[in-house]
Write a protein that binds this ligand. Sequence first.
Ligand SMILES: NC(=O)c1ccc[n+]([C@@H]2O[C@H](COP(=O)([O-])OP(=O)(O)OC[C@H]3O[C@@H](n4cnc5c(N)ncnc54)[C@H](OP(=O)(O)O)[C@@H]3O)[C@@H](O)[C@H]2O)c1
Length: 235
Amino acid sequence: MAAEFADRVVLVAGGTGGLGTAVTLAFLKAGAVTCITAREGEALEGLRRDAGEAAGRLQARQVDVTDEAATAEYVREIMARHQRLDVLVNTVGGYRGGRSLWQAEAGEYEQMLALNLRSGYVLARAAAPVMRARGQGVIVNVASRAAIEPGPGAAMYAASKAAALALMQSLAAELHGNGVRVNSVLPSMIDTPANRKAMPGSDFSQWAQPADIARVILFLCSDDARLVHGAAIPV
Ligand SMILES: NC(=O)c1ccc[n+]([C@@H]2O[C@H](COP(=O)([O-])OP(=O)(O)OC[C@H]3O[C@@H](n4cnc5c(N)ncnc54)[C@H](OP(=O)(O)O)[C@@H]3O)[C@@H](O)[C@H]2O)c1
């Protein structure tokens, strides 16, 4: 995979998150100019260190991807600088749960929809037109297994991820034949520092490694996956 993305420009939303970091590093390693949204300075510094020489191809900006104007502005900036956007990967999302629907805290409904649905909506509205205009591009949205297997205790999380999945599948249908592919990945538990902290007694060896999920995402963004469109891939 060494230089597979050598001439490509990639946008990773949530590029300093648990999964986003692995996706960003994988794209940098594969030669891409990798533009990320990053809100946390310390995490960004760590990412730059881990990227080594490839850090020269890492561009970061603090953007709230639920803010339509700010996100569109970032995409315009990327286009002005690089004249292309080949890939959008949305790793922004969040989890709140642990209680029944009738016991859920105030604000959970709005927060889950904002993080898990609106993020992908805003990013796709900014990126899809520029990809469509060039007749090529790939969008990958990170949803969750809960989108297709909703369980107890996280109704709004599951509902927001199911809505995100439906949104991407509709978008895929809209872009069919335009050279732009759209897919979702549906992770189960990921081995991130936040999850280890939240569930210290768990068997971490059962959890998916961020780097392994990143590999699946890079495959979906590669030319080898040119026939994969409108899919929802459990990982
Ligand atoms: N972790 C799991 O076990 C698991 C399982 C299934 C699915 N998923 C999904 O996989 C994706 C990645 O999960 P993760 O564990 O890597 O999450 P994470 O570590 O919380 O990373 C999410 C990233 O998104 C950023 N972000 C949050 N709100 C944002 C906003 N409004 N604008 C811009 N950036 C924003 C966060 O930045 P800040 O730190 O600044 O908020 C963080 O860098 C999410 O969609 C998640 O729902 C995760």
